[in-house]
Design a protein around this ligand. Structure first.
Ligand SMILES: CC(C)(COP(=O)(O)OP(=O)(O)OC[C@H]1O[C@@H](n2cnc3c(N)ncnc32)[C@H](O)[C@@H]1OP(=O)(O)O)[C@@H](O)C(=O)NCCC(=O)NCCS
Length: 288
């Protein structure tokens, strides 16, 4: 075969690329809503240098994306490159296409000042060949119930909207000295597999919960301990199946453990150090 060429995507290539990604990661798995809707922080105003494609005979045959995450830690700041949507057209797999796309993306991450690259995957072996190492502080807990539970007072529930972003941001800032900065578009992220984002609110707390049919995916839960308990009770009363994404050692994990949630450590986060070895926990909503 003619060697494929690797470089930044063009705006003309982007619609076809989104179709290929949607087919590979969404539609072929029986899911709905494509990445233009799921990752507005990446695709509303795409930075083409952060989207690397491989071309063969002028057709795109592979691609991956990097999203720059601005990390605030107390007074210090650093940047990480979150990598995702790593895909090679089926007819071109096993020929080093994805490896070359990733190498180019890692160069881009380094020259744009990212301290490390990070990605989340269930594949084992592939990324390690490029120098990625597994290091994950995430935990998940799954809770099911068979009978109805009472719903607590003082919790309001609505589909998450842009109107409450400033409030959520105030609460997140109060409870997370270390966090990824989020734009308005980032707050509209809709992780797979959920179909909509629901926000539960107390006086000084909130929970963001992705919902798909009767299943709920808790992405974040911030506030004072008594309100975390009320938010959790409200989530339990509304959904028969709940998956909680959390971090080892967080305030919410402690409250939920006390409420009976059994957490398991995750091993999906892979890091490629570029300039530093710092590896913070990156919440689900900041991932791609
Ligand atoms: C994973 C994927 C991107 C690899 O693309 P590729 O261009 O074939 O990758 P490369 O040719 O650079 O590397 C191939 C190597 O990756 C490894 N690899 C490929 N698919 C793999 C998989 N599903 N699990 C583990 N390792 C895998 C193989 O070890 C192979 O090594 P070999 O050359 O010794 O056989 C491609 O299979 C794909 O698009 N899959 C569907 C989408 C997907 O799963 N993306 C990753 C999401 S995290």
């Amino acid at each position: 075969m003619t060697a494929s060429e690797v470089g930044p995507a063009t705006s003309r290539e982007l619609p076809g690329l989104l179709r290929a990604w949607d087919e590979a990661f969404v539609l072929s798995k029986g899911r709905t809503l494509g990445f233009a809707q799921r990752l507005p922080g990446v695709f509303d105003a795409p930075v083409l240098e952060n989207i690397v494609v491989a071309r063969h005979d002028e057709a795109v045959i592979g691609a991956a994306v990097m999203k720059r995450l601005e990390w605030v830690s107390g007074g210090a700041r650093s940047a990480f490159a979150a990598i995702g949507l790593v895909w090679t057209h089926e007819a071109h797999r096993g020929k080093g296409v994805a490896s070359r796309v990733l190498e180019r993306l890692l160069q881009r991450a380094e020259t744009s000042g990212c301290a490390a690259a990070v990605l989340w995957t269930t594949l084992s072996g592939f990324y390690e060949r490029l120098g990625f190492v597994r290091d994950d502080q995430s935990v998940i807990g799954i809770v099911t119930r068979s009978s109805a539970e009472p719903s607590p007072d003082g919790v309001s529930v609505a589909v998450a909207s842009g109107d409450t972003v400033a409030r959520r941001e105030r609460i997140r800032t109060a409870w997370c000295a270390e966090r990824v900065e989020r734009s308005a578009a980032d707050w509209r992220t809709l992780p797979l597999p959920c179909g909509e984002m629901v926000e539960l609110s107390t006086a000084d707390g909130y929970a963001l919960v992705g919902v798909l049919n009767e299943k709920a995916y808790v992405y974040e839960l911030y506030g004072p301990a008594d309100q975390l308990r009320a938010l959790w009770q409200s989530i339990r009363s509304r959904y028969g199946w709940v998956l909680v994404n959390d971090r080892e050692g967080s305030a919410s994990a402690a409250v939920l453990r006390a409420a009976g949630v059994v957490f398991e450590r995750q091993a999906l986060t892979l890091w490629k150090p570029l300039t530093v070895r710092e590896r913070p926990h990156l919440p689900f909503l900041d991932r791609i």
